[in-house]
Write a protein that binds this ligand. Sequence first.
Ligand code: DC
Length: 254
Amino acid sequence: MPLSGTLFLYPRILPGCWQLNCIFDALMAKKIIITIDGWSSCGKSTLAKQLAKELGYVYVDSGAMYRAITLYFLRNNIDLEEKKEVQQALKDINLEFVFNPKTNESEIVLNDENVEYLVRDMLVAEKVSDVAAIREVREFAVAQQQRMGNKKGIVMDGRDIGTVVFPKAELKIFMTADNAIRVQRRFKELYEKNPNITIEEVKNNLEMRDYIDSHREVSPLRQAKDALVLDNTALTPAQQLKKALEWAKAELQG
Ligand code: DC
């Protein structure tokens, strides 16, 4: 009998490392959907990117989609009160994520233009929550997000991913962090791009976005009933990844 046949028939008597590899491969073969929701600037995208990398999953930044739509609306002076204008504008928007080998990350592309950097601008941040509160905008974005998850093996972060986009996701994480810490983190990130920014501006913007995101009529930010809460106020990125990976592995083994 060829060796491979022996291996196949008698895996239990083989050295432990072979069996462990088998178990690991079997775990990795099962694909799940992981959703990460939570308040602005509490580290959702950092964790989502790390998790996706560790598991070999696709990462989708749903906030970038709302930001790109906002950028398009700003550039084209779309009146958010005019439903028809909004609907027409959405027909003219094509969103994609493309992998950038230089940064090793996927970036948002709006109508063939890479806008990954532009959508992080304060002008966009000031308007994005109003745009994301529009029913038609959400329907447009959610339909695309659901398509991206149809093969599973995806980590998506946002505000309504575990409640609306993938209510049946196998692992839902809800992230929180102390307000002052969130402001500090966002300030540090924005200051690198724009040294004129003040901490007050960042604080006001975060508070405003949290308020609008959690009080809007359509898909407000909510913790899904079956979400696991991850408060990362006192955690390093490595510590939060360890915790989330434990949850993911438990789910993959279950
Ligand atoms: O995650 P972020 O800060 O890049 O998101 C930008 C805005 O988009 C945020 O203020 C709320 C909105 N958003 C949303 O309403 N639903 C999502 N799934 C993701 C983001």
